[in-house]
Ligand binder design. Structure first.
Ligand SMILES: Cc1cc2nc3c(=O)[nH]c(=O)nc-3n(C[C@H](O)[C@H](O)[C@H](O)COP(=O)(O)O)c2cc1C
Length: 221
């Protein structure tokens, strides 16, 4: 049986959405997983910035154009400021053994802090752009700023598009018989507090991994 909600269900009060960070009730009802990565760059004072992100997607604009759409970037955050000033950043993808340290970048978000180092991670120079990247992350995508768009009128957040200019990946990730990109050692997805819209029962926020289950034949008829 399928149930339809076109307005916010009583079980997910507006206050609760506000208490949970001002996200929509539809976000908690659908709880669609999103890739997790850390955006790194230089703050205007030359200190390392690190900003944990999800709510994003990756698309090809052509055979040589790989575009990252960061769906929700707060204009008040350091990452937005750094990106607007330098025009570049690095997207760093961690596996689960590195994730806890990535979360620590949030608690080390002071302007005068080298956030990568303070979180117990290693900052190294990116290859093509003027930004630090995280050594422990298995994939680093170096990007240039393309455009931004207000998420919705009056929103404090914007959607930002970035163009990849360089991709560095641990060679053990090419091969699924080694570390690979998926399974317990691979990409992380953010699952944002699923709430039951009928009872209000919720589950805490979590990260998960992806296990490819089956390949599908390219037969659309
Ligand atoms: C799993 C996870 C995903 C997050 N994704 C985002 C996101 O997509 N957009 C955002 O603005 N903040 C997101 N945050 C919160 C930021 O990481 C946090 O506010 C950070 O301190 C911002 O850093 P900045 O000031 O350097 O931008 C996320 C936090 C977590 C734990």
């Amino acid at each position: 049986m399928k149930k339809t909600f076109s307005v916010r269900p009583d079980a997910i009060t507006e206050q609760r959405c506000k208490d949970y960070g001002g996200f929509s009730w539809q976000e908690f009802m659908t709880a669609i997983p999103e890739p997790v990565f850390v955006v790194t760059g230089w703050k205007p004072n030359g200190k390392e910035n690190a900003s944990l992100q999800s709510w994003s997607t990756f698309v090809s604009g052509g055979t040589d154009d790989f575009i990252c759409i960061m769906g929700l970037v707060g204009k008040g955050g350091h990452m937005y400021q750094s990106l607007k000033e330098t025009g570049v950043c690095v997207l760093n993808f961690a596996s689960s053994d590195v994730f806890e340290r990535c979360v620590k970048t949030i608690g080390n978000n002071e302007y005068d802090t080298d956030e990568i180092t303070a979180a117990g991670l290693t900052a190294e120079k990116a290859v093509k752009v003027n930004a630090p990247r995280i050594k422990e992350c298995f994939l680093n995508i170096e990007c240039e700023f393309l455009w931004e768009h207000e998420l919705i009128e009056g929103s404090e957040a914007v959607t930002v598009a970035l163009k990849a200019v360089s991709v560095s990946m641990d060679t053990d990730r090419y091969d699924n018989s080694k570390l690979g990109r998926y399974g317990k050692t691979g990409y992380l997805l953010h699952i944002h507090c699923p709430i039951n819209p009928e009872t209000g029962e919720d589950a805490p926020g979590a990260v998960g991994t992806v296990e490819p289950d089956y390949s599908f034949p390219w037969n659309t008829k």
